[in-house]
Design a protein around this ligand. Structure first.
Ligand SMILES: Cc1cc2nc3c(=O)[nH]c(=O)nc-3n(C[C@H](O)[C@H](O)[C@H](O)COP(=O)(O)OP(=O)(O)OC[C@H]3O[C@@H](n4cnc5c(N)ncnc54)[C@H](O)[C@@H]3O)c2cc1C
Length: 437
């Protein structure tokens, strides 16, 4: 199985800004055979939050990653902290009933609470979590009507008053873009510096003596009596339970490849400009929120380090290909003509794990293995929450997971055709966006 291109995150703004100052791991790959209660594979938000929940419950835990902490999506993402699923709450209510929508709404907001408490417990001030809200900007009147109706529904049916409608003029004033006809502000959301967040959690675990072995891929995983035996190039881990937290990078080795087949990996790319001139800085994104738009091939933006950070899905390119970044820059300038002559200094990308039902999945694939994955590009808060819930499942608890609970692995049908399939869907979405449908 071919792994995604390696070690690309070096080009990101987040790497350039510098990560944790405290050690984030044991500092060396696993080089001996050890026995533990729970092994966690993957040192992103999912795996590290699972490990922290296990440590708090007194369960002996070891974390393995093929790469440095945060190398996957957790160190590369946009740092938009959101309290939503890709599937809207009215749709969840229509398909599954109002009680399910209520539980899902609670879980979505719980994710933000987990981020807040981790920032607090690990004193991650330099991750700059800001609970400033997220503004969804409508690109057509029709899209505006849809998100307004959704906000009304959430207020009336779920009693959530954290969403409010903004007029065209209000959105233009606060974003600095005239491209939108209005927007909906979700107050329970914000921004964070993603690499510092993931490295900060890892540093906190290292201080609490939870071993994290980087450069230690799980190359084989077999049942071993009542437990599981995981092989890495330098040593083995024998554990009673294992948590697989490898999300859209699960195909790095065959040992975790089966989890990749439950997902459709979608490339997501980000650019960051040079520091904005003072006059532009004062005019763009004045409330320092995160911003998304309503196009199907959704773009999002925020400010960080005095720069515009602009991202979006780019199904066409492979990691590192420049064409996708150029398209992203054109999309940015179309929304913000003021940025025409502002230089782009950073370009990077990664894979998000999409699922057919547009929801994350958490469950057990057998008696000794728990997994959580498929955040559909909204995993900063949700992976933090589901990592903790995966720990609870591994210890035999039955947390309330509603529609996220998955029984066994559910491979995506026709997985081998996923790349052409993703390209076809993306092309169709781009066409619909272009004609404003
Ligand atoms: C470009 C981009 C932008 C995004 N923007 C946002 C955003 O703004 N807001 C938001 O909420 N979400 C965003 N996301 C999604 C979010 O980043 C992810 O949902 C989240 O980070 C998933 O965390 P994770 O721990 O499950 O997986 P990851 O962080 O991807 O970690 C998986 C880890 O598993 C390791 N691994 C894989 N296989 C093995 C193996 N066999 N042995 C050992 N280790 C292995 C990998 O090395 C990797 O470190 C974005 C994602 C991308 C790529």
């Amino acid at each position: 199985m071919k792994p995604p291109a390696a070690r690309q995150s070096a080009a990101s703004l987040w790497s350039a800004m510098g990560g944790a100052t405290a050690p984030v791991s044991t500092g060396a790959p696993l080089a001996r055979d050890l026995v533990t209660e729970v092994a966690v594979i993957g040192a992103g938000y999912s795996g590290l939050c699972a490990a922290y929940a296990l440590q708090k419950r007194g369960a002996e835990t070891v974390v393995l990653d093929a790469n440095p902490v945060g190398w996957g999506a957790s160190g590369r993402n946009g740092g938009v902290v959101s309290s939503k699923f890709r599937l809207s709450f009215p749709t969840i209510a229509r398909l599954h009933g109002i009680d399910t929508a209520r539980t899902m709404h609670r879980l979505a907001h719980e994710g933000v609470r987990v981020v807040e408490s981790l920032v607090d417990e690990f004193k991650l001030h330099d991750a700059h979590f800001q609970h400033t809200g997220s503004l969804r900007c409508a690109h057509t009147e029709r899209a505006f009507a849809t998100i307004r109706a959704e906000a009304d529904w959430v207020r009336q049916a779920l009693g959530d008053t954290s969403m409010s409608v903004q007029s065209r003029a209000e959105v233009a004033r606060e974003t600095g873009s005239n491209a939108f006809v209005g927007g909906v502000l979700s107050a329970d959301a914000g921004t964070i510096l993603p690499l510092r967040y993931v490295q900060g959690i890892a540093a906190g675990l290292t201080t609490r003596k939870v071993p994290i072995y980087e450069s230690s891929p799980a190359i084989d995983m077999q049942r071993d009596g009542e437990g599981v035996l995981i092989r890495t190039p330098g040593g083995t881990v024998r554990a009673k339970q294992v948590i697989v937290a490898t999300n859209a990078y699960s195909s790095l080795t065959p040992a975790t490849g089966a989890y990749q087949r439950t997902l459709v990996p979608f490339r997501s790319a980000i650019i960051a400009t040079e520091r904005l001139p003072a006059e532009l800085d004062a005019r763009l994104m004045v409330e320092q929120r995160s911003y998304t738009e309503t196009r199907r091939m959704m773009k999002w933006f925020r400010k960080a380090d005095g720069r515009m950070v602009f991202g979006g899905r780019d199904a066409f390119g492979k990691e590192g290909q420049l064409a996708g970044f150029d398209a992203l820059q054109r999309a940015m300038v179309a929304l913000f003509p003021d940025l025409t002559s502002v230089k782009v200094e950073y370009r990077w990308s990664g894979y998000v794990g999409m699922t057919f039902d547009q929801l994350p999945h958490i469950g057990r694939s057998d008696a000794v293995t728990t997994f959580c994955l498929g955040y559909n590009g909204a995993g900063v808060a949700m992976a933090s929450l589901l990592g903790q819930q995966a720990a609870a499942l591994a210890l035999g608890d039955k947390p309330e997971l509603s529609l996220l609970a998955t029984n066994g692995l559910q491979p995506v049908p026709f997985h081998a055709l996923r790349s052409p399939g993703v390209r076809m869907v993306a092309a169709w979405y781009q066409f619909l966006d272009a004609i404003g449908a």
